[in-house]
Every structure is written in structure tokens, then in C-alpha cells.
Ligand binder design. Structure first.
Ligand SMILES: CC(C)(COP(=O)(O)OP(=O)(O)OC[C@H]1O[C@@H](n2cnc3c(N)ncnc32)[C@H](O)[C@@H]1OP(=O)(O)O)[C@@H](O)C(=O)NCCC(=O)NCCS
Length: 335
């Protein structure tokens, strides 16, 4: 068995198909409620990053057989790890070997810590605890099954905003003219202000927002935005973002929902999310569900809105973190 650095942009199509198959075996084993991935834009998903970020990837192969994959995304001051071992090749030390390879590279790139997001109740949580990682943050993933939605009621919720506010729908992302306003609203505060490791994309200034939207499109992730505009001032009072991935187009990801402090209490959070769902029903008729994450014990207002819309808690999502030095020391430097 050999672990080798791997460039998804240049990899032969057969390797990508093997990785996709391994990924779907992993999903069926670890998170069977998740839809399998398709080949659409899979290469781009793996290869493209934000301009100021870099991803280094490896595959573990035995002959032609692809047994595992790992990558680190070098972003800010943290190396964000993804690691996967095909279910039939687990508990033989391969995950440890991939982790050691990734940690050594993080060290040589002068990154001091590694972060990873893990579905709760899976082998991965045990793996990272065994490797000395600490759990830095726990979120609950919520799923909304669109077949259970009361659409006429949702249309009413979507209209329920205080006077002086307008809700706008922008498939593809916010209009260029609103970039500054939009980024400002995001920077002001999230509806859920709890700390997390920021392993997901966020865009707090207009240049980064522009780059982030271009990156999403290039990776096959289609963004949708709904804005609340405060009409007297023309400012962005709130926003919500959803992404529909080409790789699994039946499940959408609800990213940030933000209502700026001064505009809370006018029904904007609920109306933004409700309007988004009504638009998605038409724009993405193949969608079956929408997933979103909330800090455990976090923002109550957001929790109430999600309940009202019909989101159901699905499973914990845990963010683990470790110092690169500690990981390497534990693994005897992985040599
Ligand atoms: C996490 C994962 C990569 C581990 O791969 P692996 O090759 O089985 O890992 P190792 O064999 O090196 O395991 C090392 C140690 O981790 C712990 N561990 C791993 N899987 C475990 C499990 N199912 N239950 C309890 N402990 C476990 C054990 O202490 C193990 O040592 P041992 O086998 O000597 O007892 C694999 O389970 C996986 O692909 N999971 C799904 C993908 C995923 O969720 N990745 C994380 C998010 S990107």
C-alpha cells in the first residue's frame, strides 16, 4: 500500500471514479441518510480553492485499488483536514498513516494546527479522539424534508415582515452593486454569533465575497441569496444563503443566515428562510431536503424559526482540533 500526493486537477478519470465510489461507500456506511454523490463537477469540487487558499491531497492505493484519501486546505492559520478510508480497509492503520502524512505537510508549510469536521456517532469521532484531538465545537445538523412542507403556510411566512422592509431573491448571488452592503451585513453579526472554527466559507468583505462566489460556481456549487432590504435607508438588514451542489443536487446546504442587530424583531429571519424555500421549490425541483447547522445550545431565535419551518435535528457535527506538533509527537513523527 502506497500513499502518494495527488493532484485532482490532473488525475486520470479512473482515479476520480474510484474516489467517488469510495466516497459513496463511506457515506452508505457512516451517514446512510446522506444522498450518494454524482460525478458532476467532482474534479472541480476537489481541485478548485479560493485564490488565497491551497489544498494538498493524497490518495492511498494498492495496485489499482484506491483505499483512502486525505487533503489539507491551507487557510488562515489552520490546516483543514479531510480524511477517508474505504470501509473495507479500515482499522489497519491507514487512517493513521494518512493523518501522519497530512500533519507532516502541515508542519513543513508552517501551519501550527489542524482542524477537522466530523459527523457525530461515526468511526471518525473515535479516530480523532484516539489521535488526541480535542473537540472544539459541537453543532446540530438539521434536515428539512421538503415533502413535509406546508407550502401555502410557508408563502404566508415569507410575506410576514414589518413595514419598511422588502425581501429580494437573487439566484447566483447578490448583485454586484450590493456587494459592499452585503459583506457589511455579514461582518456586523450572524444571527447565530457563537464561536466556531470557521471551517466553512464566509465572506466579510466585498473582494472576498466576489472571490467566494466565483469559487463556489467553479466548484459546481450554485449559490442562492435572499436579502431583506431596509427601504428607508436602502441598507441590507438581513440575508440568507443556500448552495445547491452539482455533486448531490437533491440536498441543499443552508449557509449563513444573518439579521443585523438593529433590524431584529421584525420577522426578517423567518421571512428570509421561508422565501428562500419557496424560490428553491421552483428553481431546483429535484431538491428533496435542505440541511443547516446550529450551535448546540446556541441561538434560540434561530432554533424557533427552524422548528417552525419544519427542520428536524438529525445528528451532531463535531469540530476537532489539534496542534500539529502534538499529532506528530504522538505518532512518533509519523516516520
Ligand atoms: C476516520 C477514518 C479515516 C479512520 O480510518 P482507519 O484506517 O480505520 O484508522 P486507523 O486504522 O488508523 O485507526 C486508528 C485508531 O483510531 C481508533 N478508531 C478508528 N476507528 C474506530 C472505530 N470504528 N471505533 C473505535 N475506535 C476507532 C482506534 O483507536 C484505532 O486504533 P486500533 O485499530 O489499533 O484500535 C475512517 O473511519 C473513515 O474513513 N471514516 C469516514 C470518513 C470521515 O468521517 N472522515 C472524517 C471527516 S473528513
Amino acid at each position: 500500500m502506497q500513499v502518494r500526493e495527488w493532484d485532482p486537477a490532473a488525475a486520470p478519470a479512473e482515479e476520480l471514479s474510484s474516489l467517488l465510489r469510495a466516497n459513496n461507500l463511506m457515506l452508505a456506511t457512516d451517514v446512510p441518510e446522506d444522498p450518494p454523490w454524482r460525478a458532476d463537477s467532482f474534479r472541480e469540487y476537489l481541485a478548485v480553492t479560493m485564490p488565497d487558499e491551497r489544498r494538498v491531497s493524497w490518495i492511498a492505493v494498492e495496485g489499482e485499488d484506491l483505499l483512502g484519501y486525505a487533503s489539507i486546505l491551507l487557510v488562515g492559520d489552520i490546516a483543514v483536514l479531510e480524511i477517508m478510508v474505504r470501509p473495507d480497509a479500515r482499522r489497519a492503520g491507514l487512517g493513521t498513516k494518512l493523518l501522519a502524512t497530512a500533519a507532516k505537510r502541515a508542519e513543513s508549510e508552517a501551519y501550527g494546527s489542524i482542524g477537522v469536521e466530523v459527523a457525530g456517532g461515526t468511526a471518525a469521532a473515535d479516530f480523532f479522539e484516539a489521535q488526541g484531538f480535542r473537540c472544539a465545537f459541537v453543532e446540530m445538523r438539521n434536515l428539512l424534508d421538503l415533502s413535509t412542507v406546508d407550502w401555502p403556510q410557508l408563502a404566508i411566512l415569507a410575506e410576514g415582515v414589518g413595514s419598511g422592509y422588502r425581501i429580494e431573491y437573487h439566484p447566483g448571488g447578490p448583485p454586484e452593486l450590493m456587494f459592499d452592503e452585503y459583506a457589511h451585513a455579514k461582518a456586523t453579526m450572524r444571527l447565530n454569533p457563537s464561536y466556531d472554527l470557521e471551517l466553512r466559507p464566509s465572506s466579510y468583505d466585498s473582494d472576498r465575497l466576489r472571490a467566494s462566489l466565483a469559487t463556489l460556481h467553479a466548484r459546481g456549487l450554485k449559490p442562492y441569496v435572499v436579502l431583506a432590504v431596509h427601504e428607508p435607508s436602502g441598507t441590507v438588514a438581513g440575508l440568507t444563503e443556500v448552495v445547491v451542489p452539482a455533486q448531490r443536487p437533491t440536498r441543499a446546504d443552508q449557509y449563513d443566515t444573518v439579521v443585523v442587530q438593529a433590524h431584529r424583531g421584525y420577522g426578517l429571519g423567518r421571512a428570509l428562510k421561508a422565501r428562500m424555500l419557496t424560490e428553491l421549490r421552483t428553481a431546483e425541483p429535484q431538491l428533496e431536503d435542505v440541511q443547516t447547522w446550529n450551535a448546540v445550545g446556541g441561538d434560540e431565535a434561530m432554533g424557533r424559526i427552524n422548528d417552525e419551518l419544519g427542520f428536524k435535528s438529525n445528528r451532531e457535527w463535531r469540530e476537532y482540533e489539534a496542534d500539529v506538533d502534538d499529532v506528530l509527537r504522538r505518532l512518533g513523527r509519523g516516520d
